[in-house]
Ligand binder design. Structure first.
Ligand SMILES: Cc1cc2nc3c(=O)[nH]c(=O)nc-3n(C[C@H](O)[C@H](O)[C@H](O)COP(=O)(O)OP(=O)(O)OC[C@H]3O[C@@H](n4cnc5c(N)ncnc54)[C@H](O)[C@@H]3O)c2cc1C
Length: 394
């Protein structure tokens, strides 16, 4: 491996956020992406669910996902059928998507170093950063950079190193089994709430390549349970049949962690900028982050380019302002619903799912996407929708 000694931008983390920053830096700007995993896109730490309209808007090729037109939402005693034809859900081939995102910077002066962990950084007298890295089999080495992007996900590796932040105190922890779809309906996604996933939710997602993803995520420390134990309890119960899910055949397991704390408006700390999960950009309602990481990563890449080309640091504030405009208010509502719903009992979920079944599917999708926008509020008279969906709210 060629170890660069200096770069304009050091990007820590080769997930969707970091790779998207790299792909949108200008052709004259050098960058180094350091990624502690041995490969881009593996191991898989996400479920890969998203929305067709967003994938199209981001220009993601259609061979990277499968499209799903129906949803079924369960509580202990209720079920709501959702027609998603107007807002199809998609499931990404996560490894293929991340590798595709990595190719988008192949024609730029960008080096992607896998098996390389960012350890720490210090700010030098000239304003540059000197960062310590460790590469598999090659030991520790150092690199100088003008800017550092923290795209390390929930680790918040760069901010932690500079004592500007720390790993989140509340997280969503997920465990998922991926196995052949067998006779299950490839056009129906499932969400289940209540006893099988208290303080969280479970999902069943038809996936590319004739696969199916069965997962459970829980919020810690709201519950002391871990999702693997919950999964084992589900598999030894008779409820899989109720959800229309076939017993997993041994295949592979995906597991991951996502922050679940209030959105923090500060994204820029001089030459250190955060994006993606390290900036808590995944939705507070379902914890969906991939499309948002790609979009904000690209925007940050473009803003950093303007800063480096013109020397005008205020372009980074444009990134921060636009992200705050997109997330701050929406996520305040979303986080409120997240914390309330984490305390729901079986009865609350039955009532909620009954109400979801009566909702217009466009509004439901917007709530799932944490898009509590003025337009949506105007359509629904805001709080009354939240009361309808989450009855103990407000
Ligand atoms: C169980 C689960 C299910 C999910 N399901 C969905 C879903 O269905 N749809 C969706 O859109 N989102 C989903 N998400 C959220 C989504 O996965 C995240 O929002 C997204 O992956 C965040 O991207 P990122 O690039 O910010 O961080 P990450 O994807 O976490 O990437 C950061 C990378 O940085 C690396 N790294 C960390 N520290 C260092 C270091 N010190 N040095 C070098 N590298 C480092 C990590 O190994 C990691 O690979 C899910 C999350 C979980 C946990």
């Amino acid at each position: 491996m060629d170890r660069p000694q200096e770069t304009d931008v050091l990007i820590v983390g080769g997930g969707p956020a970091g790779l998207s920053v790299a792909s949108h830096l200008g052709d004259g700007i050098s960058s180094v992406v350091v990624h502690q995993d041995r490969e881009i896109g593996k191991p898989i730490r996400t479920s890969g669910g998203s929305w067709l309209t967003d994938a199209k808007a981001l220009g993601l090729p259609s061979n990277l996902y499968t499209i799903i037109g129906k949803g079924r939402i369960f509580s202990g005693n209720e079920v709501a059928e959702i027609d998603l034809a107007g807002n199809p859900v998609i499931a990404f081939d996560v490894t293929a998507l991340y590798r595709y995102l990595a190719t988008l910077s192949d024609d730029k002066p960008c080096q992607k170093l896998t098996g390389t962990k960012f350890l720490s950084t210090t700010r030098q007298a000239d304003g540059w950063f000197l960062s310590k890295l460790r590469s598999a089999g090659q030991g520790e080495w150092q690199i100088r950079s003008r800017y550092i992007v923290d795209a390390s996900g929930w680790h918040m590796a760069v901010l932690s190193s500079l004592s500007l932040g720390q790993a989140p105190a509340r997280t969503g922890v997920g465990y998922e089994i991926e196995y052949p779809i067998g006779n299950m309906d490839p056009d129906t996604a499932i969400i289940f709430f209540g006893a099988d996933a208290r303080a969280g939710y479970g999902w069943g997602l038809p996936a590319p390549g004739g696969m199916f993803r069965l997962g459970i995520g829980v919020l810690q420390p709201d519950t002391a349970d871990n999702p693997r134990d919950r999964m084992n309890a589900l598999l030894s119960s008779d409820r899989l049949a109720r959800y229309g899910i076939e017993m997993p055949t041994p295949d592979h397991v995906n597991a991951g962690i996502i922050p679940s704390v209030p959105y923090d408006r500060r994204l820029v700390y001089g030459g250190v900028i955060r994006v993606g999960d390290s900036a808590n950009m995944a939705t507070p309602t379902l914890g969906e982050g991939i499309r948002l990481c790609i979009e904000s990563g690209r925007h940050l890449g473009a803003c950093l380019t303007r800063v480096l080309e013109t020397g005008a640091a205020h372009h980074l504030k444009t990134y921060e302002r636009m992200a705050n405009r997109k997330y701050a208010r929406n996520y305040r509502f979303g986080f409120l619903t997240n914390t309330r719903a984490a305390g729901y009992d079986e009865h609350d979920w039955d009532r909620t799912v009954r109400r979801i079944g009566r909702l217009d599917s466009d509004l439901l999708v917007q709530a799932f996407k944490s898009e509590f926008t003025p337009a949506m509020m105007a359509r629904t008279v805001g709080k009354s929708l939240i009361r309808k969906i989450w009855p103990r709210q407000a």
